[in-house]
Write a protein that binds this ligand. Structure first.
Ligand code: PSU
Ligand code: MN
Length: 304
């Protein structure tokens, strides 16, 4: 009995030839952005990875199977599935046995990428320690997953809807290297700066690839988190986005939003309050992360 994996033929061939593949998550498509921008984003991210010389593999649950690499029709279906389940480590198996359409979070995408033999994964933002976690205990399953599953994840740092210092503490406890790319500070998703120094810094994809392979040689089970700052011309300065985030967090509290609804609720409110500007930035930072992930995947493939 093995995992119910359906690997797209192009992805399977690329992996068999030890050529670079970049995994992509699907919760960002179903719960992170509205239709039709979600499907447009997913397609342009796949194109960006191809232009950079790697093959994209968007991961989602369809018809009781883990699909690694989606056809155009499958991507459309996913992007227009308002009832898609948001699946993390806790509910991945139940999602598969239910037969329903399922989107994978960062945690679940890491699990599936590892099963398929993919080393690098690009997304927008990871889940983390939510503000107020000292009372709600809301800490994303993405954090312990990074400590457990050997995939290098490229994200744009921690969103300020999270408590960034606490998120860094939990990552450290879980043995996760947090690597800021090309700067000292940990980027804060829509903004390049957070005011908080990152634990580690690297300046090239090759360095990140070497560290990934060194972890394998050491037998360390977990992954790496690469925090890649949003391109300058698309960033929203902290002074502008912070009040919007504050307001959204307050609304979530007042409406009693909890558990897995928190992140999608906040994103939706922030998109609406900024009249789409934050959505536009979100798309640009995912593209930027996809390009870096492709570069890292290439550097890993030439070294292994
Ligand atoms: N952050 C974003 N966009 C997203 C997510 C996070 O900016 O779409 C999604 C990712 O799939 C991430 C998940 O893994 O939310 C985390 O959800 P939770 O906080 O419920 O673990
Ligand atoms: Mn949560």
């Amino acid at each position: 009995m093995t995992a119910p994996l359906t690997i797209h033929p192009e992805v399977a061939e690329t992996l068999a030839a030890n050529r670079p593949v970049v995994a992509l998550e699907s919760t960002i498509i179903t719960h992170g952005m509205p239709f039709p921008q979600n499907v447009e984003m997913a397609r342009s991210v796949e194109d960006a990875i191809r232009e950079r010389g790697a093959i994209p593999a968007t991961i989602a649950i369809l018809d009781g199977r883990i699909h690694v690499g989606l056809t155009a029709a499958e991507l459309d279906r996913l992007g227009q599935s308002p009832d898609a389940m948001k699946l993390s480590r806790a509910d991945l198996a139940v999602g598969l046995t239910s037969g329903r359409v399922g989107a994978t979070t960062v945690a679940a995408t890491m699990i599936c990428a590892k099963l398929a033999g993919i080393a690098v994964f690009a997304t927008g933002g990871i889940g983390g320690v939510h503000r107020g976690a000292e009372t709600t205990f809301d800490i994303s399953a993405d954090l312990p997953e990074l400590g457990a599953t050997a995939v290098t994840v490229v994200a744009a740092g921690a969103k300020a809807i999270l408590d960034i210092p606490k998120t860094l503490e939990v990552l450290e406890t879980n043995g996760v290297p947090v690597i800021a790319f090309g700067q000292d500070e940990i980027p804060a998703f829509w903004s390049r700066d957070s005011g908080i120094k990152a634990p580690l810094r690297m300046d090239t994809a090759a360095q990140i690839a070497e560290a990934h392979l060194m972890r394998t040689r050491l037998g360390l089970p977990g992954g790496q988190l690469v925090a890649n700052p949003i391109p300058q011309d698309h960033e929203i300065p902290r002074s502008e986005i912070d009040p919007v985030i504050e307001a959204a967090v307050k609304e979530a509290e007042q409406q009693g939003i909890a558990a897995k609804e928190v992140t999608p609720f906040l994103l939706d409110r922030i998109f609406k309050m900024t009249e789409g500007r934050s959505l536009d930035s979100n798309i640009q930072l995912v593209l930027n992360n996809a390009r870096l992930a492709a570069d890292i995947a290439k550097e890993i493939s030439v070294r292994s």
